[in-house]
Design a protein around this ligand. Structure first.
Ligand code: ZN
Ligand code: ZN
Length: 264
């Protein structure tokens, strides 16, 4: 992790230490328990709201250990957790605020520690940019656990969903307001009218995006050229068939059936 967790001097805190991290929301297969799975080391392990670290490599030593990289990890600040959230493979992860306790090692940007209580969670926007409405089943997960992801109703589609509030209740923690874009980035719907960007339509009823319009025209032009070519080919075939019919009719005229005479 590009040296983020460089060691700093030893210390002896008197109470739990606050930290921030990213995690994927998980729901037990029977739907009765909520948990989390890590986004980096420990991805294969699901932890509960209050849990003790176990070695991610299956060793039986106490975790964390000086000789191993296992244990819970967190950042000192929520902004560092947000930076980690920029990586595309972390889409679908939510922000956690945790209390770290037990044996721990402090690094420049965060902690590695033995015991963790997840205090609060915050949803991050749907991958389409819309505000999150529900947690939907991703279809992936691990033994006994389904991985969920925060999505808008449109992106949820027909998948099984759970409200973020219900997830927080199952996990026995506090759901904080959604994490919104910071700095110069703003959401297209800052006043919170609940409008879905999927439904956005151009004001004058025309196709608003000139690039999309140009693309559509190009496709239509290509299709018309293809139709024209087919028509030309059919005209040629019709011409050949008509000529052949003329020949056949010329040959068959003396033997034409009486019933075929038009003026009879
Ligand atoms: Zn270990
Ligand atoms: Zn969406």
């Amino acid at each position: 992790m590009r040296g983020l967790f460089r060691r700093t001097p030893l210390e002896h805190p008197t109470g739990p230490l606050e930290g921030h991290k990213l995690a994927f929301p998980m729901l037990s297969a029977d739907g009765t328990t909520a948990g989390f799975s890590g986004v980096t080391l420990g991805r294969a392990h699901v932890y509960r709201t209050v849990d003790d670290a176990v070695c991610a490599h299956g060793c039986r030593h106490a975790s964390p250990s000086r000789w191993c990289d296992c244990g819970f990890y967190c950042f000192h600040t929520a902004d560092d957790a947000r930076e980690l959230a920029c990586a595309p493979e972390h889409q679908g992860a939510i922000l956690l605020e945790v209390a770290a306790s037990g044996r721990f090692r402090r690094y420049e940007l965060g902690l590695r520690y033995a015991r963790q209580r997840v205090r609060t969670i915050r949803m991050r926007p749907c991958r389409c940019g819309s505000r999150v409405a529900v947690l939907a089943d991703t279809g992936s997960g691990q033994h006994g656990w389904r991985r969920l992801e925060p999505v808008c109703l449109r992106c949820a589609g027909a998948r099984p969903v759970l409200s973020a509030q219900r997830f927080a209740e199952l996990a026995d923690l506090t759901l904080l307001p959604d994490d919104l874009a910071a700095g110069p980035l703003t959401t297209p719907d800052p006043v919170g009218t609940g409008e879905d960007p999927h439904d956005a339509e151009p004001a004058d009823g025309a196709m608003g995006d000139p690039v999309a319009t140009a693309g559509a025209v190009a496709v239509l032009t290509a299709e018309m050229a293809l139709l024209q070519a087919r028509l030309d080919e059919m005209a040629r075939q019709l011409g050949r068939a008509t000529a052949r019919l003329d020949v056949l009719e010329g040959r068959d005229r003396p033997a034409a059936e009486p019933g075929s005479e038009p003026d009879r």
